[in-house]
Design a binder for this molecule. Structure first.
Ligand code: ADP
Ligand code: MG
Length: 702
């Protein structure tokens, strides 16, 4: 019965070759099925008519019934517009058209009763509707006052060829009239539908296009969203299970001398509860004989490095090497320095490798690594380049996971035989639960949701140019107290030149207000030579310069505990998670830290909400949730390359509950019937067999 949905779109009544070709080209609709799966982007609520007197500037899109009272053209030449007056019993509203004027003049009749639909605009105190949908009152559209009319995304070309909103509706309607339940076999087990009170697939598809009530629309959406998320989770969980079954891993069952000695004698602080918990989860994984694939999420400063180090010591105790890879040279060096420092009293050999290590030095490292004389290797992606051979790599840790490409991670994964190393991925970009479950649904996830004790919240404030002098005054006070300050400017590729100019202008302004020799200022941006960058960075680290003016290059992992003030310029140009990462550069020492967000006066509502979120909370997960809400999942770093956020209907920012349910039910089914052999699960087998292609590439990313 599948053939029906595979029929070429031309065969549908009212389409034909010409429109068929356009539908293919413009919207990728080639078959009946494509048309069916192209859901409405919104609905016109025709269940009620609004009264003109009640309309206001925030009314949004409304349906009104009334009489056209006046119709005149105003303006001249290209500015000509058609203006109408539309009345109901309660008042009058203006209608405006800028195109199609002569056609409308012929069609529309003064004194005729119409039903119209459109978005209310306000200009000063006058309300108007531009280009409303307008129809003569008929029994159909007044009866339709009990329905939601679907609106489908379209293009200008389609509209011009007569495939406007109304004819699209007609096409879908004629398709639905021919559609039989057998064309859309159920994909979910009967008992799941019953339990969740979801409509059948057939019913849901009819209702998503033409719901009669809000309840019907809700039921259709719930069913279709659930289905999407459920099969996504089924696939992820199957991958995870398969890996557990098939990909063997080294067993690290020993907690030995190296770990114990460090833990008992050299641990510089008591671990937080969260660190202990995550370490325990890692230890459990390592003992199972299957490859560990674990993602550790922890806010900036939550102490991921120590968890990484202790995990590496476990590998060492079991006779293996470990490595840790960071996305930038600066960050990798910092890891190297802090880990060497922690291990300075131990016989453990730690080495650093990056692209800048060349010649003899490099050869020596490679030889010692292959001989097993180096126990822990830390570096950049140079770690996974072909000449690098470990004697026996047991654990590979990557930090700031989303910056690595899929291929790089896969390469690291293959670096060994007979078994792949255990993999621990650390990310400081908190990912909302819903997104993590999807993006990393085939990984195990640990969360470090507790900061080390004594950490003070960073005080964050929003300021503008009017406060500039006071901000400078505050900076001087802080410098007088011995603190250091970051001033950060936005820098993006598209406006690099301007951004660089802004940065230099900012540098000059600061130099005037903070003159030498009392104040020394460092500058750091991406266009500088590595050696110069390093020089400036070191001056700041040593406390010789008091202010570091920089672009977001400092975002990644700079650690200067004495820096306690972060001033962000043009805050409105930064994304929320980026701001959070930046703010994480301060608040690393014992002093009260501050983050001052400078912005222009006029802000978009999204910018305003971002800034308000930053002011309101220091919690990375709350910020990530807000970010997901404000931007949508497609913009969250790491989601594009994964290519999995191809959801038709479900929205990861809003449908967390459905996702949770879908995941739970998928897990339960796989627990009860791992190979899906039961009769009632056969629909699942059929559905899962489809579309497997799309998902293969990223499934083993780590
Ligand atoms: P991140 O999670 O951002 O990588 P780090 O591992 O760099 O965080 O740790 C941030 C700071 O907190 C470091 O200076 C580290 O020494 C310190 N730290 C980590 N864990 C603890 C702890 N349990 N108690 C006190 N300080 C800690
Ligand atoms: Mg870190």
């Amino acid at each position: 019965m599948q053939e029906f949905l595979d029929s070429p779109i031309e065969y549908l009544k009212g389409v034909g070759p010409k429109k068929g070709e356009l539908l293919r080209k413009e919207l990728d609709i080639a078959t009946f099925g494509d048309l069916l799966w192209f859901y409405p982007s919104r609905y016109i609520d025709k269940t009620q008519f609004h009264q003109i007197a009640e309309l206001h500037e925030d009314s949004g899109s409304v349906q009104i019934k009334g009489i056209l009272r006046r119709l005149v053209t105003e303006g001249e030449g290209r500015k000509t517009r058609l203006v109408g007056q539309f009345r109901d019993e309660t008042g009058m509203i203006q209608l405006v058209w800028f195109t199609g004027i002569s056609y409308l003049q012929k069609q529309l009749l003064i004194g005729q009763e119409y039903v119209l639909y459109g978005k209310v605009n306000a200009f000063r105190d006058d309300l108007s509707i531009a280009h409303p949908e307008i129809e003569v009152v008929s029994t159909e559209n007044t009866q339709m006052a009990s329905a939601f009319a679907p609106v489908y995304p379209s293009t200008e070309k389609l509209n011009n060829l007569g495939l406007d909103v109304k004819s699209r509706r007609r096409l879908v309607k004629s398709l639905l009239e021919k559609l039989e339940p057998a064309h859309l076999p159920e994909t979910l087990p009967e008992y799941v539908l019953k339990k969740l009170k979801l409509p059948s697939r057939y019913e849901a598809v009819l209702l998503i296009h033409f719901p009669r009530t809000a309840e019907e629309l809700e039921a259709a959406r719930a069913r279709l969203k659930f289905e999407e998320l459920f099969f996504l989770q089924m696939r992820l969980l199957q991958i995870k299970r398969r890996r557990h079954d098939e990909v063997k891993g080294y067993v690290f069952n020993k907690v030995g001398e190296i770990f114990n000695d460090f833990y008992q004698n050299h641990l510089p602080f008591e671990l937080t509860g969260a660190q202990k918990r995550v370490l325990k989860e890692v230890r459990q994984d390592l003992g199972l004989g299957i490859q560990m694939n674990r993602l550790v999420q922890g806010d900036v400063g939550s102490g991921k490095t120590m968890v990484a180090l202790l995990s590496m010591l476990l590998a060492l105790d079991n006779g293996f090497q470990a490595c840790m890879m960071a996305p930038t040279e600066i960050l990798a060096q910092q890891h190297y320095l802090s880990i060497s420092e922690y291990l300075k009293d131990s016989p453990i050999e730690v080495a650093f490798l990056s692209g800048t290590i060349k010649g003899k030095a490099r050869e020596k490292i490679l030889a010692r690594l292959a001989a097993g004389e180096i126990h822990i290797l830390i570096g950049t992606h140079a770690l996974i380049e072909p000449p690098v051979v470990f004697k026996n790599l047991g654990l590979a840790i990557t930090d700031e996971q989303h910056r690595f490409g899929v291929a790089q991670r896969a390469a690291l994964w293959k670096k060994n035989s007979p078994y792949p190393p255990h993999v621990l991925v650390m990310t400081a970009t908190p990912i909302p639960r819903t997104l993590a479950m999807t993006l990393f649904g085939d990984l195990d996830i640990s969360v470090i949701d507790e900061l080390p004790p004594g950490r003070k919240n960073i005080i964050t404030q929003h300021r503008n140019e009017n406060h500039r002098l006071r901000v400078f005054g505050f900076m001087k006070e802080q410098i007088a107290l011995g603190r250091q300050i970051y001033v950060v400017y936005p820098m993006i590729e598209e406006s690099e030149k301007m951004d660089l100019q802004n940065l230099m202008a900012g540098y000059e302004a600061l130099s005037r207000d903070f003159p030498k020799p009392d104040y020394q200022i460092s500058i750091l941006h991406g266009k500088m030579k590595p050696a110069d960058k390093d020089y400036e960075m070191q001056r700041f680290v040593r406390g010789e310069t008091k202010i570091m003016i920089a672009t977001t290059v400092i975002e990644v992992g700079v650690n200067v505990p004495n820096a306690s003030v972060m001033v962000v310029e043009n805050t409105e140009r930064f994304g929320l998670s980026q701001l959070h990462q930046l703010r994480g550069r301060v608040g690393r020492g014992a002093d009260q830290s501050y983050c001052i967000l400078m912005s222009g006066f006029k802000l978009s509502s999204v910018s305003r909400e971002r800034i308000q979120t930053m002011v309101a909370t220091n919690n990375g997960f709350e910020i990530a949730e807000a970010d997901l809400r404000l931007r949508g999942p497609g913009d969250i770093e790491g989601t594009q390359q994964s290519g999995i956020i191809n959801l038709r209907l479900a929205d990861l920012a809003k449908d967390g509950k459905i996702l949770q349910t879908a995941r739970e039910i998928a897990a339960r089914i796989l627990d009860d019937d791992p190979r899906l052999q039961r009769e009632e699960h056969q629909p699942l087998v059929l559905e899962l067999a489809k579309n497997q292609k799309v998902k293969k590439g990223w499934s083993r990313i780590s």
